[in-house]
Design a binder for this molecule. Structure first.
Ligand SMILES: [Zn+2]
Length: 163
């Protein structure tokens, strides 16, 4: 098994790298992902799909590993962008990843029903996206001790963006 913890490939200043590592370590623990390894890579915004996303998370729950790609530089997303919100959002995807692995296996094993099951998975993924973003917003708001943060979406992504 590989080492647990956090590995970051981030072209910012030393202070920016430290801040990203801090955010991941704090939220990794808060979300009870202590046994996970989280690797984070910077990614050019135009290479992130879908186009309105700030980041992506490819999780492998069977080995407790997630590879998160975050759009860089953060300034590309404007003044309302929150790197912390993006980190929380992507780590929630890691938390939920076992659920979606079950779905993926269902698609693989569905035989002639693979098409309809895949459609259902796509719909569930879209619905989960909304829930993930609401949870990330709420958690960040609780963390800040600022209830407005969780309610009005004036901070960070505010609803959309991180996928
Ligand atoms: Zn997402």
């Amino acid at each position: 098994m590989f080492e647990r913890g956090v590995s970051v490939n981030w072209p910012g200043s030393a202070a920016e790298v430290d801040e990203l590592c801090r955010l991941i370590e704090v939220w990794k623990e808060r979300l009870r992902l202590m046994d996970w390894r989280i690797d984070v890579n910077a990614q050019a915004p135009h290479k992130i799909e879908p186009k309105d996303a700030y980041a992506t998370c490819a999780a492998q729950p069977e080995i407790q590993f997630a590879l998160i790609a975050i759009g860089w530089p953060p300034a590309a997303y404007g003044a309302g962008y929150s790197l912390e919100q993006t980190v929380i959002h992507e780590l929630i995807h890691a938390v939920l990843s076992p659920v979606f692995k079950v779905w993926e296996h269902l698609v693989e094993d569905a035989g002639p029903f693979a098409g309809p099951v895949a459609v259902a998975l796509a719909a569930a993924t879209d619905l989960a996206e909304v829930a993930v973003d609401k949870l990330a917003c709420a958690l960040r708001g609780l963390s800040d001790g600022d209830q407005n943060n969780a309610d009005d979406g004036t901070h960070g992504a505010g609803g959309e963006g991180s996928v």
